[in-house]
Design a protein around this ligand. Structure first.
Ligand code: 1GP
Length: 237
């Protein structure tokens, strides 16, 4: 079977835009999962991300097993820490918080994740993760104890993304943070996407279909929606 990463690259090559729904296990009760699954299955989503900044993994296995059994889309882990790794998913975004200067999120969690990952068949997708300042402190900033990149300095954001590409990252994720006041600026998305070859994911604070379209038009290959769908599962109707 073609890898999830090569599917993402193939979609980029033909300008087919991808939409990921982020499921935060902290915010989904097991007894609501069936309704959520119905909504996901009638949405335009192409991928499911599962993860959150603070979740410590209690019923992750059950949640992902259930999602997997009833949804055909690829399920990618988007972990805040190594306790959020489940063998039941298809792949993991193996994140390096390139915007921050906290060694825990640049390399320590990753080293600790290896023995866990080696017991799974998860496809590991190296992802440069860049937190962009978005109008208020977000959970990523709080949990990682790092500062986001200046939203008014797209050149430096590009330089960081290019460093990630040179280091071997396979994806760049421009993140405003969950529930961000302002999403990643579209001119920043354009500058980054036009100057790196690897696919660009954009998420955080995207609340409307117009904002999704704006991110796609600016050059995002995949848009990630969390809060808007959490708050209104009819968002795509
Ligand atoms: C957060 O980018 C994702 O990591 C999604 O953010 O919850 O604001 O959609 P929202």
């Amino acid at each position: 079977m073609e890898s999830i990463y090569s599917q993402i690259v193939a979609a980029k090559a033909i300008n087919q835009k991808l939409l990921a729904l982020l499921i935060d296990p902290d915010k989904v009760a097991m007894d609501q999962v069936s309704v959520l699954i119905q909504k996901i299955n009638t949405s335009p989503a192409t991928h499911i991300l599962v993860g959150g900044s603070s979740f410590d993994g209690d019923y992750l296995e059950d949640l992902i097993a259930k999602l997997k059994s009833e949804i055909e889309l690829p399920i990618l882990l988007f972990p805040g820490n190594p306790s959020q790794i489940s063998p039941n998913a298809d792949a993991i975004l193996f994140l390096m918080l390139l915007s921050g200067r906290n060694p825990e999120f640049l390399i320590e969690h990753q080293i600790n994740a290896v023995p866990i990952l080696n017991k799974t068949n998860l496809e590991v997708i190296s992802t440069g993760y860049l937190l962009i300042e978005s109008g208020k402190e977000t959970a990523v900033e709080r949990v990682s104890k790092t500062k986001p990149l200046d939203r008014n300095n797209p050149e430096y954001v590009l330089q960081t993304a290019q460093a990630g590409e040179y280091l071997g990252n396979k994806l760049i994720y421009l993140e405003a943070g969950s529930g961000a006041k302002f999403p990643v600026p579209t001119d920043m998305i354009t500058l980054v996407s036009q100057n790196i070859k690897i696919p660009v994911l954009v998420g955080g604070g995207i609340r409307s279909k117009n904002e999704i379209e704006a991110a796609f038009s600016a050059g995002a290959d995949m848009v990630v929606i969390g809060t808007a769908f959490e708050n209104d599962s009819n968002f795509f109707d």
